[in-house]
Design a protein around this ligand. Structure first.
Ligand SMILES: [Zn+2]
Length: 480
């Protein structure tokens, strides 16, 4: 497997510290608002990468932090007239709800910054002892020039940075490049005790402390958007390597950003749409496909037309799956593949299945080129649609093989896992199901049980299960 490493600017063979195990950290959200659809890109990317590494036999330990103390949270608290911790709680919960709707599996470990304050204080003390940090009136700063490797990730030179640095009024720092590790408490802000008085940690420090605590002093993959390379990730390297004297991270992976009319989608520019609204409109697979059908290092544009295109692309695959499923309906368990019994066309199709699997893996092994992988799948869709039209009875097991192929190859990307008849999450689908439930309940009131059972059974066949609880009917997808 190969990855493009931002640190070396090269495509490199992937060799984790410990063979067979991958330790991976991705910067998590600052929980002051719902996340926007552009923020969803790294969440979907690294969720998929983690699943794919597992698919390829690695044991993955994945950590992602939650930044629950920050200026933005404090400002939001003032605006919403609640406490900063209430803001953090509210949007942390919303964050996990939205991830679930996107089919993003929770990381193995999800530390909150406020749960690791003593560890952060200890880390700062060590940096002060080593001469890499200093105190000015209750604030602690990192001494950037003391770290020789500064700029190695972002490829910025100290001289250029120095020339561009803005000297702020009331500047307390020794050098304008130095950044805060600890901020002395201001009135009304959340604060924790430290040897330098009450205060709170800086954002860069959080990630260094939490990632190394969980994954060790040198770990395999650190991910995030390209907007985090400087200064956030550059500062993480400086702090961590100054403290341990060891390389912090082996492979730095950065996704490009989502643009809207040529500008980065961001809260501060006001040109964003909330992920939860987009999920409600298009469903999760359309959004996952939207991102994964492009290479993660390509910038992408956002528009509703593009999302509608993605939805149609996913539907094209589900149409094939639906066709295949109806052809093997009721006999899927009896269809054992015996290559010797296949027709010539069947033998070719079996070879195509194997080639598709191989080329798909090759694509994803090459810097996680999911766009290439999708191309391979769509080639297969074209051929499979032709093959299934005039299939010989002896070749029927191949249709089941083709169905299984989509489940197998889609799983790492969180795609094509639904019942072929139903894609989850779209608003219109939800309304249709509710309508059928209502209809069934009306029939039951009229004691037309034959008809009401028919609705229930047909839904069950489509992969939707109804459960009557008290006076309510709940529904869920049947997981295969
Ligand atoms: Zn971070």
């Amino acid at each position: 497997m190969k990855f493009y490493n931002t640190l070396t600017k090269k495509l490199e063979d992937f060799q984790p510290v410990e063979p067979g195990r991958v330790k991976m950290y991705v910067c998590g959200p600052t929980v002051y608002d719902y996340f926007h659809i552009g923020n969803a890109r790294p969440f979907i990317l690294f969720d998929s990468l983690r699943r794919y590494l597992e698919h390829r036999g690695y044991k993955v330990l994945y950590a992602q932090n939650v930044t629950d103390v920050d200026d933005k949270i404090i400002n939001r608290a003032t605006a919403e007239k609640i406490s900063p911790s209430e803001v953090a709680q509210k949007y942390t919960q919303a964050y996990f709800e939205d991830l679930e709707k996107l089919g993003v599996r929770p990381a193995n470990i999800q530390p909150k910054a406020t749960e690791k304050i003593p560890e952060m204080v200890k880390f700062i003390e060590q940096l002060i002892q080593k001469g890499s940090a200093y105190e000015v009136k209750g604030d602690i700063f990192f001494r950037v020039k003391r770290f020789k490797g500064y700029g190695k990730l972002s490829k910025k030179s100290i001289d250029d940075l120095q020339a561009g640095a803005r000297v702020e009024v009331n500047e307390q720092k020794e050098d304008p490049l130095d950044f805060a590790l600890w901020k002395g408490a201001k009135p009304g802000e959340p604060h924790w005790p430290s040897p330098w008085g009450e205060g709170r940690p800086g954002w860069h420090l959080e990630c260094s402390v939490m990632s190394m605590e969980i994954l060790g002093e040198t770990f395999d993959i650190h991910g995030g958007g390209t907007d985090l390379i400087f200064p956030h990730h550059e500062n993480e390297i400086a702090q961590s390597e100054s403290n341990t004297g060891k390389p912090f991270v082996r492979y730095w992976l950065h996704n490009e950003l989502l643009n809207i009319q040529g500008e980065k989608m961001s809260k501060s520019l006001g040109n964003f749409e909330y992920a939860r609204d987009i999920i409600a409109q298009y469903g999760r697979e359309a959004i996952r496909y939207f991102y994964l059908s492009k290479h993660y290092r390509s910038p992408m544009g956002f528009s509703h037309d593009l999302l509608a295109d993605s939805k149609r692309a996913v539907e094209r695959i589900y149409n094939l799956l639906e066709g295949l499923a109806s052809q093997v309906k009721g006999q899927a368990d009896d269809l054992k593949l015996d290559p010797k019994k296949l027709s010539d066309a069947g033998k070719d199709f079996l070879a195509l299945i194997e080639k598709t699997r191989e080329e798909y893996i090759q694509s994803l092994d090459n810097d996680f080129n999911t766009a290439g992988g999708m191309g391979v799948l769509f080639e297969f869709v074209k051929e499979a649609n032709i093959f299934r039209q005039n299939v010989a009875p002896s070749d029927l097991p191949l249709l089941k093989e083709a169905l299984d192929l989509f489940r197998e190859l889609g799983e790492p990307l969180g795609l094509f896992q639904e019942s072929p008849w139903m894609q989850s999450g779209s608003e219109s689908q939800e309304k249709l199901i509710q309508l059928l439930i209502q209809l069934r309940n009306d029939l039951r009131v009229k004691k037309e049980f034959q008809l009401s059972d028919k609705i229930r059974n047909q839904l069950q066949e489509m992969g939707i299960e109804l459960k009557d609880k008290d006076n309510e009917t709940l529904w869920s997808y049947v997981r295969k």
